[in-house]
Design a protein around this ligand. Structure first.
Ligand code: BTN
Length: 180
């Protein structure tokens, strides 16, 4: 009788111990599947998931919006974005202004310093792949003394240069698809 009680206790302890070991092992393997720095955080530019850094293929592409602006962007494999922006309206029309940003999955942000115009604009948008569209919202901040009306906001829709201008019709016709 006593032997079987001891047997049960030992069995119970062994079960608890092995389930703790299994939990620790699965935690360790989940952590090691991501790129890490010495601090345990993902390295800059390294993805914490297996999704591509950016849904716009790495390389250079040219986009145009409904204001006739032209944006040339180069996306690097880590999702960094650099390029130039030629606005079709406002100050410095047609002048190539510097653009920097980043792209992560279906999201993209970029900003332009309108040199000589005393203004900067930042866009945040989503990428649609079929049809190819970047839908954005933007804020333009004037560099002149801050006033209650020194920030302007709006929306821009960009299509590949090869689809311009007919592709712009898709901006209002198609709605963003649900992505899993
Ligand atoms: C300025 O007038 O201060 C500089 C030009 C700003 C142009 C704005 S940026 C947001 C919107 N989208 C464009 O393509 N052009 C205008």
């Amino acid at each position: 009788m006593r032997t079987s009680i001891w047997f049960c206790v030992v069995l119970l302890l062994a079960t608890i111990l092995s389930s703790n070991l299994a939990a620790a092992k699965s935690k360790r393997s989940a952590r090691s599947s991501h790129a890490k720095s010495a601090t345990g955080a993902p390295e800059m530019g390294q993805s914490a998931s297996t999704a591509p850094a950016c849904q716009i293929p790495a390389g250079t592409s040219v986009w145009r919006n409904e204001l006739g602006s032209t944006m040339t962007i180069t996306v690097n494999p880590s999702g960094g974005v650099t390029g130039s922006y030629q606005t079709g309206v406002g100050c410095s029309v047609g002048v190539k202004q510097p653009l920097v940003g980043s792209c992560n999955g279906y999201g993209i942000t970029f900003s332009v310093n309108f040199i000589g115009c005393n203004s900067t604009t930042a866009w945040a948008g989503t990428i649609s792949k079929s049809p190819s569209i970047i839908r954005t919202l933007w804020h333009l901040a004037m560099g002149t003394p801050p006033a209650w009306n020194s920030i302007v906001a709006g929306a821009d829709c960009f299509v590949p240069n090869s689809d311009y201008p007919q592709g712009l019709a898709q901006c209002s016709l198609s709605k963003p698809k649900q992505v899993q």
